[in-house]
Design a binder for this molecule. Structure first.
Ligand SMILES: Nc1ncnc2c1ncn2[C@@H]1O[C@H](COP(=O)(O)OP(=O)(O)OP(=O)(O)O)[C@@H](O)[C@H]1O
Ligand SMILES: [Mg+2]
Length: 262
């Protein structure tokens, strides 16, 4: 399990302005990497390119051994699941049907879901604490519940890579930790590569093996959590004074904002 991702000299622009500037890095297979950076720095754009929702204007992206462009839609969905920022769902299926859609990349054309698919769906819904919602219409549940359902659908895909854009932004503290613990378990026990955009630097520090820091479309740095989450790097990106130390109880790195420079 696990797949590496190589981003090779990638440039992207929506219109005239260049949003991502000649980015190049490798995401190792089986890693847990967080992408951090201020609003508008290009995190979602980068994630969308890795998910092949957007195509680089220049450069290319390799997943495993092959260029992303070479995968069929179904082939890509067998390798990679994506949880985008904002979880609006256009159609009003039940929660269980939405999660069941995660199994489609593994079915033949016209093949109905079988007992194995149903069992996987039940398992991931239990893991994400969404099983009790299964009969509810997807657009009639809370934002945080919906976020967990979309994560359940991604897990049902049994991918080698999961891309998540702010997966915990709508979750209460209990569910934040529950979902991130779950992602960590998938990473450690099933070797799934996790790539998550996270705003909460303390959560990024606590859960990631590696961190990539973006600022105005450039990579300021990438490396182990300890290497990236430093006072100097954070100051460059966020223009703020911060304290970076370790929590005396947990030993995790912690970031405390002090003041915004004027
Ligand atoms: N569809 C679009 N068309 C034009 N410009 C866009 C589009 N989406 C994003 N942008 C611009 O591209 C830049 C990067 O946006 P992106 O959404 O990647 O940032 P982000 O780092 O994910 O920010 P946030 O933390 O707010 O989610 C921003 O300047 C944004 O205004
Ligand atoms: Mg974003």
């Amino acid at each position: 399990m696990g797949k590496s991702i190589i981003v090779k000299d990638v440039t992207f622009q929506y219109s005239e302005e260049i949003i991502l500037k000649r980015l190049g890095f490798k995401i190792q297979e089986k890693t847990f990497i967080s992408i951090i950076g201020p609003n508008g720095s290009g995190k979602s754009t980068l994630l969308k390119m890795i998910a092949r929702n957007l195509e680089p204007c220049k450069g290319n992206i390799i997943l495993g051994e092959r260029d992303l462009r070479e995968y069929t839609a179904k082939g890509l969905a067998q390798q990679m699941a994506v949880v985008h920022q904002g979880t609006e769902v256009a159609y009003n299926f039940t929660v269980e049907d939405i999660v069941l859609m995660g199994r489609h990349p593994h079915l033949h054309r016209f093949q109905r879901e079988g007992s194995k698919d149903i069992a996987i769906v039940k398992e991931v819904m239990k893991l994400t604490n969404t099983w009790h919602l299964k009969e509810r219409p997807i657009n009639e549940i809370s934002g945080g519940e919906r976020q967990r359902v979309i994560i359940a659908r991604a897990l049902a895909q049994e991918p080698k890579v999961i891309l998540l854009d702010e997966p915990t932004s709508a979750l209460d503290i209990h569910h934040q930790i529950e979902i991130l613990d779950l992602l960590r378990r998938l990473n450690q026990e099933k070797d799934v590569t996790i790539v998550a955009v996270l705003h909460d630097l303390n959560l990024a520090a606590r859960y990631s093996k590696e961190v990539l820091l973006l600022y105005e479309g450039n990579m300021i740095t990438m490396g182990s959590t300890e290497e990236v989450i430093t006072v100097n790097h954070l100051k460059k990106a966020y223009n703020m004074e911060m304290i970076v130390d370790r929590n005396i109880h947990t030993g995790y790195l912690q970031v405390t904002p002090i003041s915004v420079k004027k």
